[in-house]
Design a protein around this ligand. Structure first.
Ligand code: S3P
Length: 175
């Protein structure tokens, strides 16, 4: 059995955490979320890091956490939406495991996040235009993946099934 990790990347609201938790359970893998690892390392919530120290400080801790992912084994990782912004993080994630990018249309992302309020980058201004602006500024960063799944019209279980299909056919995984 391969020890290879599975790293889920994608914009906020594409389902990385819900898919990641179910996928980990289905594979009998551990589950990790880079935001949780960042909060542990910084000793405070993501929103407080953004508010008190700023986004660049958050990205610094995020890069440290992403750099450590290669030490994990048999873990499904949900990477924060901005984790692939830095090219060195994209390389570190490729090195740490099989990378699956989850995508969704801007409107679907809006529908999924509109009732949540824990994301500092989506907490001010008009939510729809904020999502479009961020997606525009991040063009291409989620394409650096082994596989890309459009989750717009899929349930969490359907995305999990697709991930398992892809991983079962991936010679690096040996599921
Ligand atoms: C961010 C996404 C968040 C979290 C932080 C910044 C981003 O994670 O890391 O609020 O820059 O896209 P999720 O994608 O899990 O919401």
């Amino acid at each position: 059995m391969s020890d290879r990790n599975v790293i889920l990347i994608g914009f906020m609201g594409t389902g990385k955490t819900s898919v990641g938790e179910s996928l980990a359970e289905a594979l009998g893998y551990a589950f990790a979320d880079t935001d949780d690892l960042i909060e542990k390392k910084a000793g405070k919530k993501v929103s407080r890091i953004f508010g008190e120290d700023g986004e660049e400080a958050f990205r610094g801790v995020e890069s440290e956490v992403v750099g450590d992912l290669a030490q994990l084994k048999r873990t499904v990782v949900s990477a924060g939406g901005g984790a692939p912004i830095r090219p060195e993080n994209r390389a570190a994630m490729r090195h740490a495991g099989v990378v699956i990018a989850l995508k969704a249309s801007p409107e679907e992302i809006y529908q999924r996040v509109k009732h949540e309020n824990h994301r500092p980058l989506l907490s001010s201004g008009d939510l729809r235009s904020q999502i479009r602006k961020l997606l525009d500024s991040r063009k291409g960063i989620y394409d650096d993946a082994d596989y890309i799944i459009d989750t717009t019209a899929l349930t969490v279980d359907e995305v999990v099934d697709k991930c398992i299909d892809l991983l079962a056919r991936d010679t690096r995984c040996d599921l």
